[in-house]
Design a protein around this ligand. Structure first.
Ligand SMILES: [Fe+2]
Length: 298
């Protein structure tokens, strides 16, 4: 069609995209065009602002390398990753879920570890934590033989691949649930950490007057055929940034009961000195297709 006025542009694009062969691609493209055009009309986007937007999106791509993903970081910083997660878990957004963001630091092939074992693989000062987990289906039946990847930051707030002081695969392990759907492990209590702010995400964080921290958390990826792979993070209930997570990851269901124990209280291991922590956590898996995500960075 020949465009006569600004109102016609949207109709022209929608008409042109109407021939898209794949129905789902057609649905997504047409909705995207309608919302994008409505957005420009809504804020009456100026030409200078459009130019700036092009610069921001270009910079997000250029900032992304094999070991840094600014796109994932930006999606999180806009709350978009959290929204997509909650739309697709908890019976498609109807009920509570322990599903959460993958984050950039998951790696394939975490070291297989016996239940009850430690994932501290090089000296990592910090309070010990003893974690007990149960994995169940939606009827409350234990799921045996689920593979569970654990990974988390050090008490200084660094993942092993960011920190030359840590051994390869430090604070990572792969566990298998027993007949009761249970596994346990020992580690050190993770700390919250800043997201990188030397790119366009940093500009967004500063423009909106936010801090750039994530509250402390443990990461989980639970894989078992017949179930939708459960990617989760369990946040530390004593962290003061639960309500202001720069990535909007924290939901009520994901705040773990990290229990602090005084040094005088006997710990599950004799060598524990000083205060220590314990955490009991249950995960519910939904029926579905098991699949592994693509690691966002190498
Ligand atoms: Fe993380």
């Amino acid at each position: 069609m020949i465009i006569e006025r600004q109102e016609h542009v949207t109709d022209a694009v929608v008409e042109a995209f109407g021939n898209t062969a794949d129905p789902r691609t057609r649905e997504i493209l047409i909705a995207l065009v309608k919302h994008l055009h409505a957005f420009a009309r809504d804020v009456h986007l100026t030409e200078q602002e459009f130019e700036k937007a092009v610069g921001i999106i270009t910079a997000v791509g250029q900032k992304t390398t094999a070991n840094h993903n600014e796109v994932v970081l930006m999606a999180g910083s806009l709350g978009f990753s959290a929204l997509v997660c909650l739309l697709n878990n908890g019976n498609n957004g109807q009920t509570e879920t322990t599903a959460n963001l993958l984050g950039p630091f998951w790696r394939m092939n975490s070291p297989p570890t016996e239940s009850g074992g430690s994932i501290v693989r090089s000296p990592t000062p910090g309070p010990a934590i003893f974690v007990n987990c149960w994995v169940k289906d939606q009827s409350g039946r234990p799921i045996a033989g689920a593979e569970v990847d654990i990974w988390h930051s050090s008490p200084e707030g660094f993942y092993e691949q960011q920190d030359p002081k840590q051994a390869d695969m430090n604070l990572r392990g792969k566990f298998i649930t027993d007949k009761a759907g249970h596994f346990s492990f020992r580690s050190v209590k993770p700390a919250g950490y800043p997201i990188p702010v030397d790119g366009p995400v940093g500009d967004l964080v500063r423009a909106t007057g936010r801090h750039n921290f994530r509250p402390a958390h443990l990461h989980f990826l639970i894989f078992k055929q017949g179930f939708k792979t459960l990617i989760s993070q369990i946040y530390s209930n004593d962290d003061d940034k639960l309500e202001t997570d720069v990535q909007f990851g924290v939901t009520r269901a994901l705040i773990g009961n990290y229990v602090r124990h005084a040094a005088a209280e006997p710990a599950p291991a004799a060598d524990v000195k000083g205060e220590w922590y314990s955490l009991d956590q249950t995960f519910v898996m939904e029926s579905g297709k098991a699949r592994l995500p693509r690691a966002p960075i190498q």
